[in-house]
Write a protein that binds this ligand. Structure first.
Ligand code: 13P
Length: 252
């Protein structure tokens, strides 16, 4: 059975003290009331080591928002997958549309990052999703298929077991404009069928596919009720404990 996951992506928010505060609050809230799903928080690099010491890793997984496409060496300012792992993190987000768009991360670069993350024992939350223009031209299926083929379909079945997919339509990210639950279910089912064509039905059934894009406590229950939506990757609503907990509670 595939995992239900609610993952937070803090993006470039929270200084160290604020991040520690939020992690403590969430840790306490979930200690008091065990979640019905896996919970992951993905933080900026600078928070990882401290947050790792604060949280109960049996209840909250920790992830980075990126890692380098090189193993080690003279790459000033970069953070390797091995470094991420050494903080106690278990996950890394790769392929987020903001990285693809603002930092020119190509499918080839992402392929390298995915391989390095897996080689260092990290699980990858791999993001895919179409722009508004592509959705209006009804190209969303082609886009997500190409993104999978470009960066993760080179993996062996064993490696692919460590991939979580996050479908994040770019037009829904930070816009307050959520995909309807039917729109999301339709493409999630399609993504699962593409995975089934590549790796077989069993692998596809075991792959968690998260929805991301203006997901909040008010719309999470309807989204998560769909058979192919296995949870969410949450931006803005992961920055306050009560908001994030509200989404986690959608699995209750
Ligand atoms: P929002 O939840 O703020 O729309 O962001 C979604 C996202 O990009 C998560 O990775």
């Amino acid at each position: 059975m595939r995992k239900k996951i609610v993952a937070g992506n803090w993006k470039m928010n929270k200084n160290l003290q604020e991040g520690i505060e939020l992690a403590k609050e969430l840790n306490e809230a979930l200690a008091a009331e065990k979640p019905n799903c896996d919970v992951v928080i993905c933080t900026p690099f600078i928070h990882l080591a401290k947050v790792s010491d604060i949280i109960n890793h049996e209840v909250i997984g920790l992830g980075a928002e990126n890692c380098a496409d090189k193993e080690k060496g003279a790459f000033t300012g970069e953070v390797s997958a091995e470094m991420v792992k050494s903080t106690g993190a278990e996950y890394v987000i790769l392929g987020h549309s903001e990285r693809r768009e603002y930092y020119n991360e190509t499918p080839e670069i992402l392929k390298e990052k995915v391989l390095l993350a897996l080689a260092n024992g990290l699980k990858v939350i791999f993001c895919i999703g179409e722009s508004l223009e592509q959705r209006e031209a009804n190209q969303q299926n082609e886009v997500v298929k190409a993104e999978l083929e470009g960066s993760v379909f080179n993996l062996s079945e064993e490696q692919f077991a460590n991939i979580v997919i996050a479908y994040e339509p770019i037009w829904a990210i930070g816009t307050g404009k959520t995909a309807t639950s039917d729109q999301a279910e339709e493409i999630h089912a399609y993504i699962r069928s593409v995975i089934a064509d590549k790796y077989g039905k069993e692998v596809a059934e075991n792959t968690s596919i998260l929805y991301g894009g203006s997901c909040k406590a008010s719309n999470a229950p309807e989204l998560f009720a769909k058979p192919d939506i296995d949870g969410g990757l949450i931006g803005g609503a992961s920055l306050k404990c009560a908001d994030f907990k509200g989404i986690i509670d959608a699995w209750k």
